[in-house]
Ligand binder design. Structure first.
Ligand code: AP5
Length: 232
């Protein structure tokens, strides 16, 4: 849509359990509204691959399926939001994930983002994607991704045309290190313990919108676009 490439959009926050479809939907929002996806999981994985101090600190925690400490994640997010491509808006995929991160984000946006230079004084659009527990397990155990272009597949639900190869560039698809069953269970436990309270935080402020994430991808996308287009 032509007009979507120039208008300023409030920050979009995607909340949801591991496997809820945050990354899948973030890429679709990015394409339609031309605002960047900020995936804290992807940035942490890039740091691990590059062997940075942040990557060293995060690696063991992520392998256990637990959350990286707030004091490492918040400055990382601040640095990313300050980049020029976020001026018209951005999508947060995987952040905030603790009540403390949510409080930090509110203060950060108030101080640094919601000023006249961005032409945007409104609150973020917070969308929670609700998905049944067994469906989450099925999605995570079947997930494959392309190491070259980042496209996400699912061997049960959305397989590539040729087994284990990316449709876009033919790269061999990979399984994420934390998509082993015992780690998946710990990630889901962490979600219940630490991230559900984030939804409660936004709910208490009257800012939470919920979509049915169990539906097929296109229907989930339609619900999300409707929320963004009608946000006032
Ligand atoms: P992160 O990378 O954020 O992973 P996650 O939250 O566990 O989420 P996933 O990426 O697994 O799932 P998703 O919701 O993006 O689903 P996807 O679209 O891929 O975090 C990893 C780790 O980093 C954390 O455990 C933690 O250690 C650390 N971390 C990250 N952020 C942090 C933070 N803020 N604070 C502290 N630590 C942090 O879809 C999954 C599968 O389902 C795919 O195969 C897809 O094709 C399929 N699918 C998607 N939607 C549908 C649908 N509607 N119908 C059918 N299939 C679908």
């Amino acid at each position: 849509m032509a007009g979507e490439s120039s208008r300023t959009i409030e920050p979009v926050i995607l909340l949801g359990a591991p496997g809820a479809g945050k990354g899948t939907q973030a890429k679709r929002i990015e394409q339609r509204y031309h605002i960047p996806q900020i995936s804290t999981g992807d940035i942490l994985r890039q740091n691990i691959k590059a062997g940075t101090p942040l990557g060293h600190a995060a690696k063991a925690v992520m392998e256990r399926g637990q959350l990286v400490p707030d004091e490492l994640v918040c400055p990382m997010v601040a640095d990313r939001i300050r980049e020029i491509d976020c001026e018209r808006g951005f999508i947060l995929d995987g952040f905030p994930r603790t009540a403390a991160q949510a409080g930090w984000l509110d203060a950060f946006l108030e101080n640094e983002f919601f000023d006249n230079s961005h032409g945007c004084n409104r609150l973020p659009i917070v969308i929670s994607m609700d998905v049944d527990y067994n469906e989450l397990l099925r999605r995570l155990t079947g997930r494959r991704s392309c190491p070259t272009c980042g496209r996400i597949y699912n061997v049960h639900l959305q397989p590539p045309k040729v087994d284990e190869l990316c449709d876009n560039d033919g790269s061999k698809l990979v399984i994420r290190d934390d998509d082993r069953e015992e780690v998946i269970r710990e990630r889901l436990n962490e979600f219940v313990r630490q991230t559900r309270p984030v939804a409660d935080y936004y709910q208490a402020k009257g800012r939470l919108k919920t979509v049915n994430g169990d539906l097929p991808m296109d229907q989930v996308t339609a619900q999300i676009f409707c929320i963004i287009d009608n946000h006032v």
